[in-house]
Design a protein around this ligand. Structure first.
Ligand SMILES: [Zn+2]
Length: 310
């Protein structure tokens, strides 16, 4: 395993095992995973969601796999080791080569390993490249096609829509939707009955995430794939729409109250950064994972999103 691979795998670990790695600090990077840790990665699962449409879940990360007419579309290769596993699982389903890789967004724990599929066209929203140009790890994909607000990809007789609905987790947040099969794919937008861990929300636009979740919750959805959990129950998505709306309403009410006491000045809300994260509670979500550890950061991030121009 080369150094880059170790880093990519580590990012994958950290993104998902955030609870157990709660002590992680960028100033004190943890050691690369020991062999024993690698052995704890569960084997991948492949679940058929519709004819020719599969959900691969491996290395704690999801990929959509669409097979039709001699073509294969996949999402998020993540890192070379995972990409190889994905390739092996797809080979059990079809002889067709992977022809298209759609990246859900620009974050590095999702975009590595595209080179494992040498002939595939890599598609990423146009906001990916400026971030890739900043690469410190030097392991970014070559993007072959970009899009602005919407792109339709045909895989044999299947239609895969790519929607850009504004910033969410990162700036290139892409919602992938198969209207005929009513399957949706989002990445890092929500967790099932858990708050996204505080270490992973600094590049998340909270009002943007709320807007995207509210928009897509009105679509017909039978299966909702999210990035880092194996389930596809749309209820997880709908519950998180409520969470983001409740968080927004509570923080916005505090901002409005502070502004009303200061003649309508947004600067009155500045003091809330020192108090609101420590005082605001959302009792309805107390049983959710990461509630105690991450709610204060969520409040802070929502406050900033509102403060910066809701
Ligand atoms: Zn992300």
């Amino acid at each position: 395993m080369n150094g880059k691979l170790k880093v990519a795998l580590l990012v994958c670990f950290v993104a998902v095992l955030s609870t157990s790695l709660g002590a992680y600090s960028p100033k004190q990077p943890p050691s690369p995973p020991a062999p024993a840790a690698s052995q704890q990665i569960p084997p991948p699962t492949v679940t058929m969601l519709a004819d020719g449409v599969y959900h691969y879940f491996g290395f704690f990360t999801s990929s959509l796999v669409v097979i039709s007419g001699g073509e294969v579309l996949i999402t998020d290769t993540s890192n070379p080791l995972r990409a190889q596993s994905l390739k092996e699982e797809i080979a059990k389903l079809t002889d067709s080569p992977v022809t298209t890789i759609v990246l859900t967004h620009e974050h590095y724990d999702h975009v590595g390993g595209t080179g494992v599929f040498e002939d595939a066209t890599v598609v990423c929203h146009r906001n990916c490249q400026p971030v890739f140009d900043l690469s410190s790890l030097g392991d970014v994909p070559t993007v072959d096609e970009t899009f602005d607000d919407f792109m339709e990809v045909r895989v044999g007789d299947k239609v895969v829509e790519l929607h850009y609905l504004g910033p969410g987790d990162g700036d290139a947040t892409t919602v992938i939707y198969m209207p005929a099969e009513q399957i949706i794919v989002t990445a890092d937008m929500y967790e099932p009955r858990a708050l996204t861990h505080k270490n992973w929300v600094d590049d998340k636009n909270f009002t943007g995430t709320r807007r995207i979740l509210n928009t897509i919750s009105g679509w017909d959805i039978e299966h909702a794939i999210n990035a880092h959990s194996p389930g596809t129950d749309p209820m997880d998505l709908h519950e998180n729409v409520e969470y983001y709306n409740d968080l927004y309403d509570a923080v916005k009410a505090a901002v409005d109250e502070a502004m009303s006491q200061a003649g309508g000045s947004i600067f009155a809300a500045y003091g809330l950064f020192d108090t609101l994260p420590q005082t605001l509670e959302l009792e309805k979500y107390r049983s959710w994972g990461e509630y105690d550890s991450s709610l204060p950061r969520h409040v802070e991030r929502m406050l900033l999103a509102i403060y910066h121009g809701d």
